[in-house]
Design a protein around this ligand. Structure first.
Ligand code: ATP
Ligand code: SF4
Ligand code: MG
Length: 327
């Protein structure tokens, strides 16, 4: 097997305030090959955003990565000097956030921002930067890219800004794209168009980590998925397995009993109860308070992600021991 492009090992990120330690990411591991897309799903507050921000050390001052490795092409991003990492952000590894407005400087034209980005990263010269910027804007379906180059962010509609933001992420031809709910605010047609653009990039070898609440999007776009809860992976599997034969009670709860697969319709279903306080995690399974199958053992024994089939891992002893989860 070829070495993965990204190899995340036992990543742990905490927030400290006064005497409290909030374990936002608690031992996350996964790998991605070039051309592969992985979805990270889970309820609000489960640690999805903090986990991807940790990869590039884009965290608030009171956050601390306490352990783990983030190997990108074999180099540990957690141990690189900040100056080296800054060079990698936005060039080899690009980020797309949900809010298109915050990605741009309102006082600079879109074209200037795209070309400056390339020049700052020493990826090309002035003429090459302009040409690549126009090309990237065309790739994301912006009409008349030369005109758009001269416009300011406020002169673009919301949908156009979102496309321009994707162009900004793609302009440097990154090897890895991290997208945190990039299409959540968009209508279904635009969402589909943007996913198709990213799909073409994926076919060309770009790897993608996609955070989404929409399992239809995950199915349409991703090869594998990680289901997060309380900072941990509860289940990891190829996307079809996860949707068709979910094994963790939390995943089952999210999916609900009737599974409609399409685009843009199936959000994660709310599960009764609330996630645990991340500053006071129980010793056993973090889902025990909400799990319909919980037993005493669950509240005592820590649950470890364990294989139940090839490439399918679950952090629930009942699933791994083959107990009657199908009941
Ligand atoms: N700036 C912060 N300061 C303190 N704690 C934080 C901060 N940001 C996140 N957290 C903690 O980390 C946990 C994970 O947050 P994160 O933003 O990763 O959740 P998420 O899964 O991305 O949720 P959502 O779906 O709402 O975006 C939160 O529940 C919260 O306890
Ligand atoms: S370990 Fe127990 S509480 Fe946790 S998901 Fe499995 S059955 Fe439910
Ligand atoms: Mg988030």
């Amino acid at each position: 097997m070829t070495a993965p492009l990204l190899d995340v090992r036992d990543l742990r990120t905490e927030f400290r305030r006064n005497d409290q330690v909030v374990r936002a990411v608690d031992g996350l591991s996964y790998q991605i090959q070039p051309g592969e897309a992985i979805a990270i799903v889970g309820e609000s507050g489960s640690g999805k955003s903090v986990s991807v921000r940790s990869l590039l050390r884009l965290l608030p001052a009171h956050a601390r990565i306490t352990s783990g490795n983030v190997l990108f092409e074999g180099r540990d991003l957690l141990r690189l000097p900040e100056s080296t990492l800054r060079r990698m952000r936005g060039s080899q590894i690009a980020f797309v956030f949900q809010d298109a407005m915050t990605a741009f400087n309102p006082t600079m034209t879109i074209g200037k921002q795209l070309t400056e980005h390339l020049l700052w990263h020493h990826l090309t010269d002035q003429a090459g930067a302009r040409q690549r910027a126009i090309e990237a804007m065309g790739e994301v379906g912006l009409d008349r890219p030369e005109v758009r180059m001269r416009q300011y962010p406020f002169q673009l509609s919301g949908g156009m800004r979102q496309r321009a933001m994707i162009a900004m992420a793609l302009v440097s031809q990154p090897r890895l794209l991290i997208a945190d709910e990039p299409t959540t605010a968009l209508d279904v047609t635009l969402q589909r168009q943007i996913l198709d653009i990213l799909k073409a990039k994926k076919r060309a070898g770009m790897a993608i980590v996609l955070i989404t609440h929409d399992l239809g999007v995950a199915r349409y776009f991703c090869d594998r998925a990680i289901v997060m809860y309380a900072g941990k992976a509860m289940e990891q599997a190829p996307i079809a397995n996860l949707l068709e034969t979910p094994r963790h009670p939390y995943t089952r709860g999210l999916l609900g009993s009737s599974l409609e697969i399409g685009m843009g319709e199936r959000r994660l279903r709310p599960i009764p109860g609330n996630p645990p306080n991340l500053a006071f995690l129980p010793p056993g399974c973090p889902f025990a308070e909400r799990c319909p199958l919980a037993e005493d053992r669950c509240r005592i024994e820590p649950q470890v992600l364990s294989p139940i089939a090839q490439d399918h891992n679950v952090a629930c002893w009942k699933a791994t021991e083959g107990a009657a989860l199908h009941a």
